[in-house]
Design a protein around this ligand. Sequence first.
Ligand code: PEP
Ligand code: MN
Length: 337
Amino acid sequence: MIIILKENAGKNECDSLISMLNEKGVKVSGINGVNHNILGLVGDTSKLDIELINAQPVVERVQRVQEPYKACNRQFHPDDTVVDAGGKKIGGGHVQIIAGPCSVESEEQIISTAEAVKKAGATMLRGGAFKPRTSPYSFQGLHGEGIKLLLKAKKATGLPIVTEIMSAEHLDLFADVDVIQVGARNMQNFELLKQLGHSDKPVLLKRGLANTMEELLMSAEYIMSGGNNNVILCERGIRTFETYTRNTLDISAVPLLKQRSHLPVVVDPSHATGIVSLVEPLSRAAIAVGADALEIEVHCNPSKALSDGAQQLKPEQFEKMMENLVPMIEFCGKKLG
Ligand code: PEP
Ligand code: MN
């Protein structure tokens, strides 16, 4: 990190800034420029409060040389992280297709959907038991009962399960879940992230509706700094001015996150677009730019779905999509499953 001091910075003020920085455990070396004095900071600067330093009267501006995230940074961990999700590998040349309904609605619904997506080639099952809904009057999910039904569907099909947590208080209910999903709305629920950091379960961390990639990586850092390295990043579309789609899929996030971080990246084209006909083309785009998995909503009867009916594929649509997708996965030198 570099601190550029104001032209008229007084010696006493500079010295007190330097001792404040030394107290925080960083070494400071000075460079005298023609118009400015520059301080170079060496050591662990991740705990420094940049706003506080910027607010010091002698400081012109602060510039980071290194990203504020360490554990998920590819610089310090050049090899790809491969997450074991209930026996399925996410990353390292494997592509997982996580498919299933938006919400778990009944035993018959989740088991028939699980069987249908498995038959079409899905390698993992999704389904929400705790649903983050905009309206408190909308279906909120079956909660613990929903997780039990997912476990039944896992038993029936062998597919590992992915389901969303909304509060750390519910963590015990997730004991047998293979991957815990943190939804877009909870990406910055820092207390939840800290609790997940103390678990060893894989966490599928979705990008917030209006969050930058750096904020997503900082949220991953919360989980990893607690000791849990099993983090999977998920691009699920961000809010833009566009109204034809539910969100805008930030396709550049996939290669960029993979350049900045060693963590695997998943794309959710269902929530990114909200439109059935866009799921397949964007799935192909996601595979082409290097996604390690796709999360796709599939429902046996979307018109009767209790949530997200407009974006859920029917099993036959999913099957057709998979037929076109598998050759593409292979063309990219990767393996389904
Ligand atoms: C979901 O996957 O069911 C979901 C609610 O997604 P998101 O958090 O991306 O909106
Ligand atoms: Mn949904």
